[in-house]
Design a protein around this ligand. Structure first.
Ligand SMILES: [Mn+2]
Length: 247
């Protein structure tokens, strides 16, 4: 079979390279690299207001969608007030990703949300976001050091999509976030938590073919099965990976 086409929503950020200092469509190479290792074609998607109005035109051409990590979603998107620690929201990106997530859920296109993208998946389903986890859990270990991924353990519900995709139930993950899902959206179930404090780290919509959100960063971990499982779903294969032992 030909390689499935995986759209990955990119950020727009100020960036510097080769002496240029301009607004750039930006995404860590870890995302396309992981898709390509799984024998998918990675397509970067910049925010596009026309596609936010009619996302079907874009989704018709994709086999799966990834909502990547990045800046906080504007709290107004889910009816909350801004917290002092909420930073960097980009309204065009929020609009674009929300429209794509809605439309992907509607047509049951395989969908993976990572970190910010996991939260966007929950918002798209009608859920909310916990504004600043350290206020609730009393520690900073989900984002301990600025601009460095940390590690903590998660435990996933046996038999859930999260566990089947990850290929294991309890394991260490790469973490960098200060928010997390609050109230879960319609049809959304929590399928994994942080071992240390019970923060919801994985969500899914069991009535969809593949609709998964993880608060950690599988693209930063070559041993993770999560992105490969999405590409397999895009190819039309059922996700029935065996659960390996703990690492
Ligand atoms: Mn975490």
């Amino acid at each position: 079979m030909s390689r499935p086409l995986i759209g990955i929503c990119a950020a727009v950020e100020r960036a510097q390279w080769l002496g240029w200092d301009v607004d750039a469509t930006l995404l860590s190479c870890r995302y396309p690299n992981a898709v390509q290792r799984a024998e998918g074609i990675a397509l970067l998607l910049p925010p596009d207001d026309a596609m936010a109005e009619s996302p079907g035109e874009l989704l018709d051409r994709l086999d799966a969608l990834v909502l990547a990590g990045g800046a906080d979603i504007d709290p107004a998107t889910y009816g909350a007030r801004s917290h002092g620690a909420t930073t960097g929201s980009n309204h065009a990106r929020d609009r674009f990703e929300l429209a794509l997530a809605w439309a992907a859920l509607e047509r049951d296109l395989p969908l993976l949300g990572i970190c910010r993208g996991m939260q966007m998946l929950n918002v798209a389903a009608g859920g909310t976001i916990r504004q600043h986890l350290p206020d609730d859990v009393g520690h900073e270990r989900h984002r301990e050091t600025a601009n460095v991924f940390g590690n903590h353990e998660v435990v996933l519900e046996p038999g859930s999509l999260a566990a089947r995709a990850a290929g294991q139930e309890r394991h260490a993950v790469r973490s960098y976030h200060h928010q997390g899902p609050g109230e879960l959206g319609d049809g959304v179930v929590a399928s994994g938590v942080a071992v240390e404090d019970g923060t919801t780290e994985a969500i899914e919509l069991p009535d969809r073919r593949f609709a998964l959100g993880v608060l950690w960063h599988p693209e930063e971990d070559e041993a993770s099965g999560v992105i490969g499982a999405l590409v397999a779903a895009a190819r039309g294969a059922a996700v029935a990976l065996p659960v390996r032992g703990e690492r």
